[in-house]
Design a protein around this ligand. Structure first.
Ligand SMILES: O=C(O)[C@@H](CO)OP(=O)(O)O
Ligand SMILES: [Mg+2]
Length: 430
């Protein structure tokens, strides 16, 4: 039997490290009495939602390049003294102890970045102590479902300096038998896309999430070039590889209008635009098609497209069970994007996934545009059986680290592994 007394937290260390954009972020290390430890680094967003938990940056409001020394100091002076002596197995106690010290709705006193770093490092320390891989520790014996990757191969919006207003154009290799095969399919399309862009003297420089950031004139042009890449790589668009979008429309929502290029669309016009895209291309999922507080628009969007495709709330729900519950009650969206740092603790993240499950909303486990070498979301995707992960493209190591971790997990699971694509996840569109 595990003697939980031995799993007490002895020391917590925190430090400022850099994320993939070269901005400071928080790393925490939780050391147990046994000498076993766990470490975690928190990611950081660019197109952040207004309702996200507060990322504490030095000098007040968030600004890239500002340090996180206050968040680091909060871990060492306010969190560590309260957690030392608690068992790392009691994740709920750990997370609620930090919530109590913080005592705000948005974690602005300690900083969501401070709380999350310790929360995740604690889970790692506990998993290491009981000798289980993290996905198994978090998910138990049913943690065997490898997610379908939503791979962001063309970047726009706040993640790139090109002229595309929509933020992410993704390929979804759901028609594979294994995760390894899906990853290979995605990589082949990515390289084919690069060749096509080069042949048309379009830029192959990449955005924050590793997708290409060419200047293309319209969303139709992007969709067409993606279809061409899929076909040229030898796959069938739709049945084998579908498309997905993150519109990130909050970013261009000004004075009750969606400002796309020279156009100013109402919610109704935006929905019509999205419907046309869905009609013309094998799109299976649209994230943040409307802005974070456009609840009425979202209801209409869900009525119009919710039976046909996945409608994912990112800025809309911010991994927050309260906002998700409002969405469920009002018939808004049918899926939630899960980002650990939007809510700021592991237990609240798991709560949001559970609530989504109960309401038959799907969950997409997601990275941030500012990422690190930390691969915890790969384990979380398998542990939660979410069946989908959004973790960028195939040209930057902080994104590939997650894909490589999923390859390891699939190998480790051997014949117990299942690829979520084989469960018919997206077959409704083909
Ligand atoms: O909008 C998003 O879904 C994310 C991740 O792709 O971007 P950011 O981390 O900048 O919010
Ligand atoms: Mg998003």
């Amino acid at each position: 039997m595990i003697d939980s007394l031995k799993l007490v937290i002895d020391t917590i260390i925190a430090r400022e490290v850099l994320d993939s954009r070269g901005n400071p972020t928080v790393e925490a290390e939780v050391l147990l009495g046994t000498g076993i430890s766990g470490r975690a680094i928190v990611p950081s967003g660019a197109s952040t939602g207004a309702h996200e938990a507060h990322e504490l940056r030095d000098g007040g409001t968030k600004y890239f390049g500002r340090g996180v020394t206050k968040a680091v100091a909060n871990i060492e002076t306010r969190i560590a003294p309260a957690l030392c002596g608690l068992s790392a197995l009691d994740q709920m106690n750990i997370d609620s102890a930090m919530a109590k010290i913080d005592n705000t709705d948005d974690k602005s006193s300690l900083g969501a970045n401070a709380i999350l770093a310790v929360s995740l490092a604690t889970a790692r320390a506990a998993a290491n102590s009981v000798g289980l891989p993290l996905y198994r520790y978090l998910g138990g014996p049913m943690a065997n479902l490898l997610p379908v990757p939503l791979m962001n191969v063309i970047n726009g919006g706040a993640h790139a300096s090109n002229n595309l207003d929509f933020q992410e154009f993704m390929i979804v290799p759901h028609g594979a038998q294994t995760f390894r095969e899906a990853l290979q399919m995605g990589a082949e399309v990515f390289h084919t896309l690069k060749d096509i862009l080069t042949s048309r003297t379009l830029s192959t420089s990449v955005g924050d999430e590793g997708g290409f950031a060419p200047n293309l004139n319209s969303n139709d042009e992007v969709a067409k070039i993606l279809i061409e890449s899929i076909e040229k790589a030898g796959y069938t668009p739709g049945t084998q590889i579908a498309l997905a979008l993150d519109v990130a429309s909050t970013e261009f929502y000004k004075d009750n209008h969606y400002c796309v290029g020279k156009e100013k669309y109402s919610s109704f016009d935006m929905i019509t635009q999205l419907e046309n895209l869905v009609k013309n291309y094998p799109i299976v999922s649209i994230e943040d098609g409307l802005a974070e507080d456009d609840w009425e628009g979202w209801k209409l969007l869900t009525n119009r497209l919710g039976k046909e495709i996945q409608l994912v709330g990112d800025d809309l729900f911010v991994t927050n069970s309260k906002r998700l519950l409002k969405g469920i009650r009002e018939g808004v969206a049918n899926s939630i994007l899960i980002k650990v740092n939007q809510i700021g603790s592991l237990t609240e993240t798991l709560d949001a996934i559970e609530l989504a499950n109960r309401a038959s909303y799907s969950s997409v486990i997601s990275h941030r545009s500012g990422e690190t070498e930390d691969t915890i979301i790969a384990d979380l995707a398998v542990a939660s059986r979410a069946g989908q992960i959004k973790t960028g493209s195939l040209s930057r190591s902080e994104r590939i680290a997650k894909y490589n971790q999923l390859l390891r997990i699939e190998d480790e699971l051997g014949n117990q592994a299942r690829y979520a694509g084989t469960t018919g996840l997206f077959n409704f569109r083909v």
